[in-house]
Design a protein around this ligand. Sequence first.
Ligand SMILES: O=P(O)(O)OC[C@H]1O[C@H](OP(=O)(O)OP(=O)(O)O)[C@H](O)[C@@H]1O
Ligand SMILES: NC(=O)CC[C@H](N)C(=O)O
Ligand SMILES: [Mg+2]
Length: 485
Amino acid sequence: MCGIVGHVSTTPVNQQIYDSLLLLQHRGQDSTGISTAEGKTFHHVKLKGHVREGYRTRDMRSLLGNVGLGHVRYATAGSAKNEDEIQPFYVNAPYGLTLVHNGNLTNTRELTDELYRIDRRHLNSTSDTELLLNVLANELQLSIDGDELSPEQLFSAVERLHERVEGSYAAIALVAGYGLLAFRDPFGIRPLVLGRREDENGRPEWVVASESLVLESGGYELVRDVAPGEAVFVTNGGEMFSRQCAADPILSPCSFEYVYLARPDSVMNGVSVYGARLRMGETLAAQVERTVSTGDIDVVMPIPDSSRPQAMQMAQKLGIDYREGFYKNRYVGRTFIMPGQKVRKKSVRQKLNALSAEFQGKNVLLVDDSIVRGTTSKEIVDMARHAGANSVTFASAAPPVRYPHVYGINMPTRGELVASGRTIEEITSVIGADRLVYQEVADLQEAITRGSELTQLDLSCFTGEYVTGTVTPEYLAWLEQNQSS
Ligand SMILES: O=P(O)(O)OC[C@H]1O[C@H](OP(=O)(O)OP(=O)(O)O)[C@H](O)[C@@H]1O
Ligand SMILES: NC(=O)CC[C@H](N)C(=O)O
Ligand SMILES: [Mg+2]
């Protein structure tokens, strides 16, 4: 899950993109990049690491133009370390295109072969985003008819792209001299929202972003989520066109956005992330009551940051005191999205510290949003015991993660998932807890969708059922061999 943003403005757009990327930093920490368009000229800056430490004043000054896009990367294909894979990607024909992508393509082998053999396109990295851009460029080249590019030609290209590409993709592209194109895969797996505001002269300004908090902070009105399969084109002059480009779009957003990835103050697909997390706490409280005796539990504690709303609601439902026993070093980033297990493990210790007074002689109920590799939970249980806890019950607001996530979250191999091939008792013993309670899949689904129009979610990492219907055991085996994290 990367963070993407695109702005079409009536004034220089560099600072707006920077501000938007800062708000999306929680979605990717590996690298970041910005492209702006000044007439027909693109300006690009790409850097490793975080937004705040990366861009220098001279970088910002070089990003001229009123139209642009930006990216924060959390690598899911290729390598986090490879500087050639930092987004945006660029191709010079047709017109000049630059693109950012959140998601993960699942037919990369076929596309790589077709692009070389049939389309005669050269690829210079193992990034799936480079594939996505080249498919778009190829299909756009085939759609062009006459001298001027029309929205319809762009939409036809996206229509054909949907037919060729499998997996998840929310993408934003700039077409040099024309405007900004945004599109979402036919299942709407990864999020994308459209916002609008007016400048002081009443002229429209547009933003497309992964999360709605970008819109709120910039004073934009949420127009709507980009629909699954839909493409939106905003001209450099601020005129907006949109069209459904997929044959059978079915909104099936990634449940893990609501569990962990997104900021709680965002609204995605009409569902408040914070509201969904509170409801997860409610259903998890009921599950705890059903499965373990709660009479002896003294305090409910979150594992900062992401599980706070769930833990708060659980404490209230269970009628047990809510306490904060772990303190977070705000200068260490999110652990789960760091590349490499060694650095993730070290970071948990650096990031969280236990406050002994809250643990001494107490029976604690620790709540996390999810247990994936078990890196966090194992360290945390150990820290709670060292701080003097009498007993440790661990509750996860997500069900056991047993299957690879192939749609933009870096958990491609079963072997690294602590719940894969293990019973609950075995997982309890691996993380060192006294008792362990997981959310049920149906409860998670209900907690996310309650009161909304959402009828379907991607829950593949919990169920092994992949919404696109194109993920085969052979693909998963190939992924395990070729992608390690
Ligand atoms: O089982 P694991 O592989 O450790 O993964 C799960 C943990 O990783 C995430 O936290 P992270 O530190 O990334 O971010 P947060 O501060 O937003 O909770 C998540 O909230 C869990 O705590
Ligand atoms: N997390 C993402 O959305 C990653 C986008 C793309 N697959 C990359 O690896 O750069
Ligand atoms: Mg966490």
